[in-house]
Design a protein around this ligand. Structure first.
Ligand SMILES: [Zn+2]
Ligand SMILES: [Zn+2]
Length: 185
């Protein structure tokens, strides 16, 4: 955890804690004690404590029992320690729920991308099939045209050849009979 995050967290802590005393302000003397000069009142549990048994909370400024009303880890009185713990928990929850939200978002995005990909793939597949069908149709058409042309090409010379041959034969026959008649007189 970075220093910046920690300090912003403690700013949040200070915002949520009510200041009871200023730093350096003297603790409350216990007026009921015989030797009131050396007895003070804990601002939390109201016990009568020696000056050395007291410590000031750096957050709220309370003077509290060093042993019973102070948390060493948070360097705070138990009251502020409770606030800090709550804020810490809620921050953890915040981070967790933010992480969860980010994860959910990422999953949604991935799902959306997957769906888009599948859709695009489907479209491409469809287009490919259409292209294939079109290509087959064109091929068939070309083949049909070609075979028609071939048939025509085959038939025409055969037919015309046959016709021409027939005509030639007919003409030859006629010429022969003409010549025979002429010769015979
Ligand atoms: Zn106390
Ligand atoms: Zn405190």
């Amino acid at each position: 955890m970075g220093l910046l995050k920690e300090s912003s967290f403690y700013k949040l802590v200070r915002k949520n804690i009510e200041k009871i005393r200023e730093q350096g302000e003297t603790p409350r003397t216990d007026l009921s004690a015989f030797d009131s000069m050396d007895k003070y009142v804990c601002d939390l549990c109201r016990a009568s404590v020696d000056r050395s048994g007291l410590i000031q909370c750096s957050f709220c400024g309370r003077w509290v029992c060093r042993n019973d009303c102070f948390d060493r880890d948070d360097v705070s009185c138990l009251n502020c320690h409770g606030v800090i713990r709550l804020l810490r928990e809620s921050r953890k929850m915040d981070i967790l729920s933010k992480k969860k939200a980010v994860l959910l978002d990422e999953r949604k995005t991935a799902l959306r991308e997957e769906m888009m990909y599948q859709k695009k793939r489907g479209e491409l597949e469809k287009k490919r099939k259409m292209d294939e069908i079109e290509f087959e149709n064109k091929k068939l058409e070309l083949e049909r045209n070609k075979s028609l042309q071939d048939m025509e090409a085959n038939i025409m010379p055969q037919d015309s050849g046959r016709g021409v041959l027939k005509a030639i034969r007919k003409i030859k026959k006629m010429k022969n009979s003409d010549n025979a008649g002429n010769n015979n007189g």
